[in-house]
Every structure is written in structure tokens, then in C-alpha cells.
Design a protein around this ligand. Structure first.
Ligand code: FAD
Length: 93
């Protein structure tokens, strides 16, 4: 039988951030989500009434994310890759 140090109910962004922190601390975790996709209110879905139009189910503004403590704690590699891609796009123009 598999055992876990922590079980997280709900894979919204707060549950996922908690899981990332616990994993970073060396804990074995399991997040249980009742929906087919993770992300909770911040997951992106296709509007059933407007095919091809994708949006977050709750978000209507996305400010202050960079002020959140988890944003500073996130791994740096993806950001560097994004920076490199941005620099490449600038160089191409
Ligand atoms: C109308 C509205 C507008 C908003 N607009 C914004 C905005 O513009 N910008 C912004 O930053 N924030 C906005 N918010 C707030 C933002 O949506 C929430 O702060 C954020 O989604 C909370 O994340 P969470 O992980 O705590 O919960 P949630 O995102 O709600 O995730 C909880 C997850 O737990 C799952 N779950 C629940 N019960 C169970 C169970 N028993 N078993 C398994 N899974 C379960 C759910 O399916 C869900 O996926 C808005 C909220 C609302 C209601």
C-alpha cells in the first residue's frame, strides 16, 4: 500500500503551491482533485457557448501575482528560458 506524508484535497492553485512546498521539503504528497483538470478557479477552459474562446473560470484580473511569495520561490530555469526566448525574438526583429 502506498503511503503519503500529506494528502491535499483540491488541486486549485493554493493546493498545488502547498504541494510544491511540501515536495521541496522532502515530503511525499498526493493531491486529490474532483474535476478532470487541475487549477481550480484559475484553470483555463473553453467557453461552451463560444468555441475557441478560452478563459479562466474565476479570474478577471491577474495583477499582483509577481508580489506573491511563491512567485519569488519558483524555480528559476523556466524564467531564464522565457527570457532567452524574448531576447531571441528581439534579436530577430
Ligand atoms: C467570481 C470570482 C472571481 C475571481 N476573480 C479573480 C481574479 O480576477 N483574480 C484572482 O487572482 N483571483 C480571483 N478570484 C479568486 C480565485 O479564483 C481564488 O482565490 C482561487 O481560485 C483560490 O484558489 P484555491 O486553490 O484556494 O481554490 P480553488 O481554485 O477554488 O480550487 C479548489 C479545488 O478543490 C477542488 N475540490 C473541492 N472540493 C473537493 C473535494 N471534496 N475533493 C476533491 N477536490 C475538491 C475543486 O474542484 C477545485 O479544483 C475570483 C474568485 C471568484 C469566486
Amino acid at each position: 500500500m502506498t503511503t503519503y506524508d500529506a494528502i491535499i484535497l483540491g488541486a486549485g492553485h493554493n493546493g498545488l503551491i502547498l504541494q510544491a512546498y511540501l515536495g521541496k521539503a522532502g515530503m511525499k504528497t498526493l493531491a486529490i482533485e474532483r474535476r478532470a483538470v487541475a487549477g481550480g478557479g484559475l484553470s483555463t477552459i473553453e467557453d461552451p457557448h463560444r468555441p475557441g474562446f478560452f478563459h479562466n473560470t474565476h479570474a478577471f484580473f491577474l495583477r499582483a501575482i509577481t508580489a506573491m511569495p511563491w512567485y519569488a520561490d519558483r524555480p528559476r530555469a523556466p524564467r531564464r528560458a522565457a527570457d532567452r526566448a524574448r531576447a531571441q525574438r528581439r534579436a530577430d526583429h
